[in-house]
Design a protein. Structure first.
Length: 361
């Protein structure tokens, strides 16, 4: 498909007002997206586990307005006006205007809340932008005749991508690929697709416990971070490596090779941070406690023959990934040895999830 395929035909119906609610999860990348071209096109393919508990719930209410000159909307987080969210949403609306011809016809009220603490350092852009994209698609579906589920899902992901790249991986689950990859049929730079190949039972119900190491404001926004890959001395090799790692992962998933999984996932996380450490300007986003946790995980793995591993976002928090059959032991280990390194002892237990859900009024 091409971007033009998402430009709507004149709508069949008209509605004056209404509201839709969607709950959409966060996701955690195994092969990381870091670096983009114009229009939120990724420099390399990525793959993520969709999460289950970390979600954004958004209600979008809309009512017809008389003037269609500009966008009109308000945003509320947990019932309170959030004017500082507005510029990001306005940018999003501008980017998607061509693809949703009704955007200037309505006044929108966007009411949003997260199941995880707002200032936890967990990126809410993936769950937030995907929830909003889904609400907008629900409006378009009402205005259109006979929209297929496949088109709805693809376009929701396409729009979410224009809000925040990784958000396009939050529409469905449980494993989502975004970015064209030669071995993954149907994969596209424009939207996320369900991983279509065989996945061994070892990866069913994989667990992700998120250790909140640093809940402060992000030191580098992801927009700045992605831009640092332009002219980065290692960019080309990194993008090639991501393609190669995704190829390796297809074998790992097929065979259920947990040892190879651990190595690949941890290497991806450290490579992401290595890219930040070697850009100009350079950043260290890990904190001393991030490294303490990593070392403890390595020691635990050796001592117990465990398949637990870590991955990182563009921040200091640690995602601890492990198979379901290790849940009891790993949680004990986390409580006994890792919680001490978390800010206020905070952590969130999550696991692989299956994507967004519409909440009926
Ligand atoms: O979606 P963005 O633009 O916030 O970028 C997210 C990038 C990482 O979280 C660091 C990696 C990824 O693939 O999710």
């Amino acid at each position: 498909m091409s971007p033009d395929d998402f430009i709507p035909q004149p709508y069949s119906f008209s509605i004056d007002n209404g509201s839709f609610t969607w709950s959409s999860p966060s996701n955690i990348a195994l092969v990381k997206y870091w670096g983009k071209k114009d229009n939120q096109i990724p420099e390399n393919p990525s793959i993520s586990f969709t999460l289950d508990h970390c979600k954004t719930i958004t209600t979008l209410s809309f009512s017809k307005k008389t003037s269609t000159d500009d966008f009109s909307f308000e945003v509320l987080l947990d019932g309170e006006q959030k004017d500082d969210f507005k510029p990001k949403i306005k940018t999003f609306f501008k980017r998607i205007e061509n693809y949703l011809s009704f955007l200037k016809d309505y006044h929108f009220t966007i009411e949003t809340s997260n199941t995880f603490p707002h200032s936890s350092g967990i990126a809410s852009s993936a769950s937030g932008m995907s929830a909003l994209a889904l609400c907008l698609m629900s409006i378009e579906k009402e205005l259109s005749e006979g929209m297929s589920t496949d088109y709805f899902t693809k376009k929701a992901s396409f729009l979410a991508r224009l809000g925040s790249g990784s958000a396009c991986r939050s529409i469905e689950g449980d494993l989502i690929v975004w970015g064209a990859h030669e071995q993954i049929q149907g994969s596209s730079d424009l939207y996320g697709v369900k991983y279509p190949l065989k996945v061994h039972a070892n990866f069913k119900n994989f667990q992700d416990t998120i250790l909140l190491v640093d809940k402060g404001e992000k030191q580098v926004s992801s927009t700045v971070g992605h831009n640092l890959m332009h002219g980065h001395p290692f960019a080309k090799n990194r993008f090639n490596q991501a393609h190669a790692n995704l190829s390796k992962l297809t074998k790992i998933f097929e065979l259920g090779d947990l040892d190879a999984f651990v190595n690949l996932v941890e290497s991806e996380a450290l490579t992401l941070h290595a890219m930040m450490m070697t850009s100009m300007p350079y950043f260290i986003l890990m904190k001393p406690n991030t490294l303490e946790i990593i070392n403890k995980i390595w020691a635990y793995r050796i001592a117990n023959g465990s398949k637990v591993c870590f991955t990182l976002d563009a921040g200091a928090n640690v995602h601890v990934l492990y198979p379901e059959n290790e849940q009891e032991n790993v949680l004990k280990f986390i409580k006994n040895e890792l919680v001490a390194y978390c800010q206020n002892g905070q952590y969130i237990c999550d696991q692989i999830g299956f994507g967004a859900n519409q909440i009926q009024e």
